[in-house]
Ligand binder design. Sequence first.
Ligand SMILES: [Zn+2]
Ligand SMILES: [Zn+2]
Length: 451
Amino acid sequence: MRRHLRPSDDQWQPPRRSSIGRTVGLLVLLPVLALTSPMTAEVPPYQAEIDRRAAEVEEQVITWRRDIHQHPELGNREVRTSGVVAAHLKSLGLDEVRTGIAHTGVVGVLRGGQPGPVVALRADMDALPVKELVDIPFASQVTTEYNGRQVGVMHACGHDVHTAVLMGTASVLAGMRDQLPGTVVFVFQPAEEGPPAGENGGAKMMIEEGVLNDPAPDAIFALHTMPAPSGFLAYRPGGTMAGSDGLKIEITGSQTHGAVPWGGVDPIVVASQVILGLQTITSRQIDLTAAPAVITIGMIQGGVRGNIIPESVEMEGTIRLLDPAMRDDVLERIERTAKSIAESAGARAEVTIEPYAPVTYNDPELTGRMAPTLERVGPMGAQIVPAVTPSEDFSFFQEKIPGFYFFLGIADPENPLPAPNHSPYFSVHEEAMLTGVRAMSTVAVDYLHGR
Ligand SMILES: [Zn+2]
Ligand SMILES: [Zn+2]
């Protein structure tokens, strides 16, 4: 059901071309700027070791990613993937490796040699019901049944990259364990794209099963691939990806002949008025300068024949918000608009909200702390990008503890029009993964050191 209500979640477009162009252009200037940048003076003593260890593990990360890419698994079915992850974490001699969390999730705990805070790093492991059309030797040939249909399965959202990068990060940090002032929790999450119909799963279920207890992380980090040039790092303070709620509205009127509308109450005309009324919430009622909002009706169903006015009409839609504080107000306006318009015609409106995920909200203080880290490790520095309206269930972790979620460009820099996430043509320039490992390792170590 969730899937039905959010068919294109976390499928976003690349940042505007002009901003990428500026970044690539800046690359030429970077060696000069770096000499005078105040960041240069602040490179911590452990950065060179992180970079060396990341370079050592790079080939393995690419191998892992190709293996996972060739064997993609849908949400709550990541059996093989989580087996590969758990075996690797155990081989590193972590203090704890827990499996079977929220079905197929894996959690590893690495206690450093010195006391300090606890930081969590998260990667999602699930693939999508998409048939791969990328011409690579390790392209997915996997098919499976999904919602009663036979579908191809593909890592079309880059979660193979996230998983391999976090496995590599575990290698880097395990190698530095004696020097780490604190604890690192590696969270490998199932079903970010939503569990199959009728099942629970994802970040919310991991939290319910105690992933944020014992040890309790003080902060959590994650990255996500995006179709920007390879190695491009991007982030945004505050609302970064939209909160998402599914919306169902049933309008009940009174059935009559199409030639005699006064003999009943026409729910199709009422539904039309409700749809237009909902659009005035975003365009006329909320403060557009505070944060954008989207209300979409994507499905409308009613009637069987042109000359019969039906008894009822069903509609489904999605609500996307970037400011968590706006949610209660917008939901109340939706309910009031639907019910009042229906009432004015003598019909009834039943409104059901199906929450999917809160706003992916980067804690401003934590973001301010970690932005210099991304600036330091990014081959092109790091850039603040506009918010996007797809959703991401990392937001459930961020509701509990401060979290920072950033983007990693994975497109071939020569490709002017890289395919977006969820496309059957989504492809990865694998050199980007080294930047991913350096970024994840460094945000963790910087955080533990209180930087
Ligand atoms: Zn996705
Ligand atoms: Zn994704």
